[in-house]
Design a protein around this ligand. Sequence first.
Ligand code: FAD
Length: 654
Amino acid sequence: MSVVTEKSLQCELLVAGGGLSGVCCALAAARLGTKVILVQDRPVLGGNASSEIRMHVVGATGLHAGLPLTLEPREGGLIEEIRLELAVRNPQRSPAVADLILYELCRAEPNLTLLLNTTVVAARVVAGRIVDVTAERPSTEDRFTIAATMFADCTGDGRLGAEAGAPCLRGREGRDSYGEPLAPAQGDAKTLGSTILFQARRHDRPMPFVAPPWVRKFTAADFKLRPFGKSGSDLGLEYGYWWIEWGGCLDSIKDGERIRDELLGITLGVWNYIKNESGLDVAHWALDWIGFVPGKRESRRFLGQHVLTANDVLGSRPFPDAIAFGGWPIDTHPPEGVDAPAEAPCTQHHVPWLYDLPLRSCVAATLRNLFFAGRNISATHLAFASTRVMATCAAMGQGVGTAAALALRAGVAPADIAADSDLIARLQQQLLRDDAFLLGAANCDPADLARRAAVTASSAQPGGEPALVLSGRTRAVHGPAPAAHAAAGPANHWESVLEELETGRARPHYTVAPPDRARPGTHRWMSDPAAGLPAWLELRWPEPVAVREVGLIFDTGLHRFLTLSQADGYTRRMHWGEPQPETVRDYRLEVETTAAPGTWRTVHTERGNYQRRRVHRLVAAEAPALADIRALRLVVTATHGLDHARVCEVRVYA
Ligand SMILES: Cc1cc2nc3c(=O)[nH]c(=O)nc-3n(C[C@H](O)[C@H](O)[C@H](O)COP(=O)(O)OP(=O)(O)OC[C@H]3O[C@@H](n4cnc5c(N)ncnc54)[C@H](O)[C@@H]3O)c2cc1C
């Protein structure tokens, strides 16, 4: 008789895979009241960003930062909350502390049950719907049957959907398949390869490295296009090299163990070359860590209700069902990886505009209740080459989790959401409320009482007028003048990187919102520095209102890079280990009531804030709202460094 215990669980949304797409999907749904089970096969969350793999998270900020008050492409919402949490609470850049922070965020949600060390291994489908999945946890000898109304496959490899029979795309599509001019003439089964990262550290004495006999032997010719030991953002010795890539000509799932073994030999071979043959002054450097879980770039991509193409990405095609946005270059790599030393390790086609990610690319074409988010979405190889970066995956995870929560409430199946324009409108408004960014979309939430108020402030500077907190938008994405934009460097980003290494000069490419979906302006109140702090912003209503909740969006410098990175050069481009200087630190909320005109009563005081989005519930859930409010003031008493207050949005709900 088996020692395995059979257990049955039930939830509304089952999320398989705890990478950043799965974590954000689960958090978004749970915070909106959905009962969620998040199943993650490994002991820690974060997927390729976890301590097991250590890739740093990038997104629409691209290879070049944006521009203050002009171009702020960094993702908002949950991934911004995570980035800010990591920046402030993990100054030491510990990968393990990052695991812990993700774990803590999930543990804080009463609606979210986290099953670690648990693998989804099967799915049962009845009449076009997934009914339940089987998940195994060998460490406790448990087997779970988990029933749910909706399922989200965020496993990267698409195991849940594959077990349910969802059709997949694999490899590189030929030019004619989707009419993509950048695609090869003929399609093939090849993919981007996998990578094992390493970390090295400088010591106070020489640290010899003796390579095991099975490492790959390299010569200088292998590194002509693969720079290392440079001061560029991620080309130092401390973070390993993403270009140590291999396995794209094999099956990244079925050949996974072979790929890991070969990659270990390649990675140590590169280190052996650096240490013992390169001639670099690296005697004091030693390996600190080497990954044993290869970072996998590509495997299955599902066939969804829409297949996102490179044409959608490059043309920034507007989608009525947009749930997130992207902006990373179309970043293709030779599948042969280091076996193709004469080929550049990547070709990064510039994406001129931020672009929409439609919900339909995250909903199965043939199953009624299956979503996906992350690198396995319904996209061609070329579109995926842009959407796969983790902040973009996280943004779509939040979009999918939010869609699931609203659809569950409305009793609509995932397959029918995109056709329900009312539901899509509510979904997009909820995403904006939760600080996601959607191209061209503005807050028009009829429940937001702030939109009916007149706004004044203690002071303001030109371009930062108080009424801008009600512009409906919370960031600038119009970008630099078109002339500056057009003067950017070569079409392939990687050539710019090599050029910068050689000449020290950067030629930034800017990825901006398309002009017809960007509203110029700063979209925030900025007090006058000469007036100093405190500074206040006031909302006054023509008729008294009842207030239960105040939502605030602060400026956290979305034009800058911000990500936990083991690369020193990249980290130096950020404000790491501290709050972002623009952020409002200390503030209070005051109200004036009909009963006491001219008198301000403090209803909330906050000290030490470092987050972009804050929501203050002014009364307990069951208690009546604060009644007869004529005006609300946000009084800013300190920032994290800036000499004036900045607030992007105020929302008020009864
Ligand atoms: C070497 C390399 C370099 C990269 N460089 C960058 C970069 O610099 N910045 C960037 O943002 N992106 C980068 N990417 C891309 C990015 O890491 C991936 O596209 C991204 O991680 C995809 O996110 P995801 O959530 O879909 O998948 P993952 O991060 O892979 O997460 C999926 C999770 O699901 C779990 N899982 C799998 N199967 C199951 C199952 N059956 N049951 C339960 N759980 C399961 C996995 O353990 C994993 O934790 C890189 C990728 C690689 C490999």
